[in-house]
Ligand binder design. Structure first.
Ligand code: SF4
Length: 109
């Protein structure tokens, strides 16, 4: 339902989101983006018990969030996860190509 006017206060209900159940709603956002290792360690302890951790991590990976702790992982850990996934996918594609090449060679012989 559209808002009656763009100047009216946004009082209409929002659709449900995984963010509604986040364990970090009461924590200041900047601490999730702090360069301080103790801040990062602290927010990771919050993430451990968060019920929407998989949704949060999926969001960060699909939207390529470059900074901060999302889903219990900092940017370095997410980059490692993505790099490993890319390598696994490339290895899988290479194996598939080799398999197709062998099948073609067998059919031609
Ligand atoms: S996983 Fe961590 S950053 Fe993500 S919503 Fe939960 S507490 Fe917040």
């Amino acid at each position: 339902m559209p808002r009656p006017s763009r100047y009216a206060p946004d009082t209409l209900p929002h659709p449900p989101s995984w963010r509604d159940d986040a364990a970090c709603t009461e924590i200041d956002t900047p601490v999730f983006f702090s360069p301080n290792r103790s801040d990062i360690a602290y927010v990771k302890t919050v993430c451990i018990s968060c019920p929407v951790r998989p949704d949060c991590l999926t969001h960060a990976l699909t939207h390529r969030e470059d900074y901060g702790v999302w889903g219990g992982l900092d940017e370095d850990e997410r980059n490692t996860l993505l790099r490993d996934a890319h390598r696994a996918a490339e290895r899988q594609r290479r194996l598939q190509r080799e398999k197709e090449r062998k099948a073609d060679a067998t059919a031609a012989a």
